[in-house]
Ligand binder design. Structure first.
Ligand code: CMP
Length: 224
């Protein structure tokens, strides 16, 4: 089985045999770049694990403004909230690149949760981690300035998607400037200004839908 999938919270508590059995109940879904997997408000009947590619989770305000809750990559799970608490989807999931997912239906998940308390425990752990990160993001919105939040977003994207290159960490985030601004929760102009400032200090180099982090330490200090 794919190593990435094996590391997803659903699988970590299982031995190889059980993991293979769970994998066999999951359905592979492929979506193309830009395609919407589900919309905020839809009824939810399954959760997903990212195998390959990137998914953005976004919400819209009444007046049409968008905010991104997160960018998920291989091994990450989403879509579980409407299973545990049967209410509509809390966010819209859209593919940022061509993406491969594994979906697990509500009923199949129930069987695993009842038969394998350790799977339930890992899912609770993943939920607790998400809750912690959500509160941290709320704190950042209140206490950090926009450059601080941009620095943090870049550091987090680097931790998830970065690869070490000769001059720094290459982060192919696949986000437009608008999307990066939506992730940070600020206007495009303010976010661009912060990015240009980081670039002029030699902390980052900006590329189309990517950034190279040249001075990880300074960037990380700015995010605190
Ligand atoms: P669900 O509500 O079924 O569909 C949207 C999914 O987005 C949701 O499940 C979670 O998996 C995920 N999600 C919702 N809110 C957040 C958040 N604040 N941070 C990260 N992921 C989230």
């Amino acid at each position: 089985m794919d190593d990435v999938v094996r590391r997803a919270p659903l699988f970590t508590a299982l031995d190889d045999e059980a993991a293979a059995a769970l994998r066999a109940t999951m359905v592979q879904v492929q979506i193309a770049k830009g395609q919407v997997l589900f919309n905020e408000g839809d009824a939810g009947d399954r959760l997903y694990v990212v195998v390959e590619g990137k998914i953005k989770l976004g919400i819209k305000s009444g007046d049409g403004r968008e905010n991104l809750l997160g960018i998920l990559g291989p091994g990450e799970m989403f879509g579980e909230l409407s299973l545990f608490d049967p209410l509509p989807r809390t966010a819209t999931a859209t593919a940022l690149t061509d993406t491969v997912l594994l979906g697990l239906g509500n009923r199949d998940l129930d069987t695993w949760l009842i038969g394998r308390p350790e799977v339930a425990k890992q899912l609770l752990r993943a939920l607790a981690q998400r809750l912690r990160r959500t509160w941290e993001a709320v704190g950042d919105l209140v206490f950090s300035d926009v450059p601080g939040r941009v620095a943090k977003a870049l550091s987090e994207l680097a931790a998830k998607f970065g690869t070490k290159g000769p001059d720094g960490i290459h982060v192919a985030h696949d986000l437009t400037q608008e999307e990066l601004a939506q992730l940070v929760g600020a206007s495009r102009e303010t976010v661009n200004k912060a990015l240009a400032d980081f670039a002029s200090r030699g902390w980052v180099r900006l590329e189309a839908r990517a950034v190279v982090i040249l001075d990880e330490e300074r960037l990380s200090k700015r995010s605190r």
